[in-house]
Write a new protein. Structure first.
Lengths: 309, 323
């Protein structure tokens, strides 16, 4: 089976006069149709930029400087802006962390969902608004006939994120990119929203690229996971393997730094967590085998020159 | 029911905090929001007591009442047996040496126009330390305690990373040598690796300085890792309270069970059986029932239904309704 999405040696950076400041280096992975793939990493590891570069939403001066982005075998980098706009929303959809900033505060949620049917499927507004009611019912918003006329500010965070999901899945995309979709939500609401995404996507055969800093969320949602550190993909394997037997020292450190449920049972006293930065002691031996170096010292030329300007 | 702790350093008794809502100019419909309804909590010296619950459950209001930043509607708060609210309360200067707070967002809680040194020295001066050399020594000392360097004192908050700022927030809270630290979501704004460092620091400080912690958090992984006892709050009431191992090994109230069952934890991938065990129904003690059996959202504008905390294990109580 050919992968739905294939990334080959993706580089993202800021081109400057003499050299390019690289932010994402040599990231390659693939997502099969219907598969849920997770990208996990800390802030600044490049996971969001990787996702944004897929659908050409990088803001200037950031640019994809090298690599191939194959979607169903076609290189997305060669696509015209017009073709890309058609693809976005229709074949690849994205949901963001903060639904309040992603939704238009001046339009009813029904109108914002209906817009998808009007723009991408050529429906009339009357028809599209009827479809929006069904779309809201699909994401389990109670009383969809009334809520379709609500404005985003009249809804709770969990409900707004459901509306975002309804918009994203309106045109039955092949791939859903979810960038920290539940970080702003309470634990119990987070659970409901994640279950909803998993349920809808597996029912429709939509592949998911889930980006999160939360290893727990990734573990529960994804079949495969890529761990990003300092702009590179340092480990990419089946989820079970990553958690049962992490290979890269950073992944090991990340799991050790996580206060995990049940880790204190049977232990005497309160244990200390792993300090990832202190793991980088013997640099040379680690560098030979793995890419693992202090995250800012090497990559940020300003810091190397001695402090921020 | 009073929280049974021998010689508590802090004792919260039947705390109620109500807010009038909607009573604006010319509007008649004034309602009362019951933010905290009858909370009894005691903090033993040197322990870490965590309060968990969803946003809006009253956990921060409880902390603010202890800090004197929120006037309670009724109830008592005792520090070492003496009331710290109401008429005979000590003044703000004395209160500042009892309890200090560490906030979630360290950048918002530091003055951006003051150097770290000025932020740390101001409370010392206000509390009567006037010798410059002594102030300098104590600032350097406290920075060392939170693993920062003395030369960091001359910098401004924006020059630090999130983790370093939280260290400064902790240093600011500790500079007056308080007995109690109120930690309001101390690590939820931080990345995994930095979070681990701050958790380790807090545990070290607690042991070195014999501090007592009240921690507010919604991250149950952190709570399990740090706490001696855990109180679960739901709509202004404590629904379950007990030693950390009892709460996590034997969660009983439907809300606690729901909370624990919904934590995204990587170990559920490795041990799928555990999530199932938490999902199982546990019957309340004989003669009692749980009110929100299916965890419905109660009305915050009405006083909660009569209920009581029933002991189901040593120090482990759960809120039930008499049948």
């Amino acid at each position: 089976m050919t992968p739905l999405l294939e990334l080959k040696g993706l580089h993202v950076g800021i081109p400057a006069r003499r050299k390019t400041f690289e932010i994402v280096s040599d990231v390659s992975f693939s997502i099969m149709p219907g598969e849920a793939f997770g990208l996990v990493g800390e802030s600044g590891s490049g996971k969001s930029l990787t996702a944004l570069s897929l659908i050409r939403l990088l803001k200037s001066p950031l640019k994809v400087t090298a690599g191939e982005i194959l979607f169903k075998g076609d290189d997305l980098r060669g696509l015209s802006d017009r073709a890309m706009r058609k693809l976005r929303g229709e074949r690849i959809a994205m949901i963001f962390q903060e639904p309040m900033t992603a939704l238009n505060p001046l339009k009813t949620v029904g109108r914002q969902i209906a817009e998808m049917f009007v723009l991408h499927q050529g429906k009339s507004w009357a028809e599209a608004l009827k479809m929006a009611v069904d779309a809201l019912a699909d994401v389990k918003v109670p009383a969809p006939e009334e809520r379709v006329r609500a404005y985003p500010f009249q809804m709770s965070g969990g409900m707004r994120q459901r509306v975002m999901i309804a918009i994203a899945l309106a045109c039955d995309p092949d791939l859903l990119i979810a960038d920290e979709p539940t970080t702003a939500l309470d634990v119990t609401v987070q659970d409901e929203v994640l279950k909803l995404i998993a349920e809808l996507c597996s029912a429709r055969g939509t592949a998911v690229l889930l980006i999160s800093h939360d290893l727990g969320v990734i573990a529960n949602m994804c079949q495969r996971v890529g761990v990003m550190y300092s702009g590179r993909l340092v480990e990419e394997r089946d989820t079970y393997d990553v958690f049962a037997d992490p290979q890269h020292p950073y992944t090991k450190g990340l799991l050790g730094a996580l206060p995990r449920l049940g880790s204190r049972h049977g232990a005497a006293g309160r244990q200390r967590l792993v300090d990832i930065d202190s793991l980088i002691t013997d640099k040379s031996s680690l560098l030979e085998k793995f890419y693992f170096e202090p995250r800012h010292a090497v990559r940020d030329p300003r810091l190397r020159a001695g402090g921020p300007p | 029911m009073k929280d049974s702790v021998a010689n508590p350093i802090l004792d919260i008794r039947d705390l109620h905090v109500h807010f009038p809502v909607g009573g604006q100019f010319l509007s008649r419909s004034k309602r009362t929001l019951h933010a905290v309804s009858g909370v009894n909590l005691a903090l033993a010296e040197g322990e870490c007591l965590s309060i968990v619950g969803e946003s809006g459950c009253g956990k921060s209001t409880t902390a603010l009442a202890v800090m004197g930043l929120q006037e309670p509607t009724s109830g008592e708060i005792l520090f070492e047996g003496n009331s710290i609210i109401g008429e005979n309360a000590p003044d703000r200067m004395a209160r500042a040496r009892i309890a200090q707070m560490v906030f979630q967002d360290p950048y918002a809680s530091l003055n951006p126009r003051q150097t770290v040194y000025r932020s740390l020295a101001a409370p010392l001066r206000l509390h009567g330390t006037s010798a410059k050399s002594e102030i300098e020594d104590r600032v350097a000392d406290i920075l060392k305690k939170v693993d920062l360097r003395p030369e960091h004192a001359t910098r401004f908050p924006h020059e630090f990373s999130g983790g370093q700022r939280q260290r400064i927030g902790i240093a600011r809270a500790l500079i007056l040598d308080p007995r109690i630290l109120m930690l309001d979501e101390p690590v939820s704004a931080l990345d995994v690796s930095v979070r681990a460092q701050i958790i380790n620091l807090l545990l070290d400080l607690q042991e070195d300085m014999s501090l007592s912690f009240v921690m507010i958090s919604h991250d149950l992984g952190v709570v399990e890792h740090m706490s001696d006892r855990v109180a679960v709050m739901y709509f202004g009431q404590i629904v379950e309270l007990g030693p950390w191992n009892a709460i996590f090994a034997n969660p009983t109230h439907p809300y606690t069970r729901k909370l624990i069952a919904t934590i995204p934890d990587p170990d559920t991938v490795l041990h799928p059986d555990r999530a199932v065990a938490v999902g199982k129904y546990v019957a309340p003690p004989a003669g009692y029932r749980f009110h929100p059996q299916s965890v419905n959202r109660p009305d915050v504008y009405a006083a909660p239904e009569a209920s009581q905390l029933v002991e189901i294990g040593p120090g482990h109580v759960v809120r039930c309704q008499p049948d």
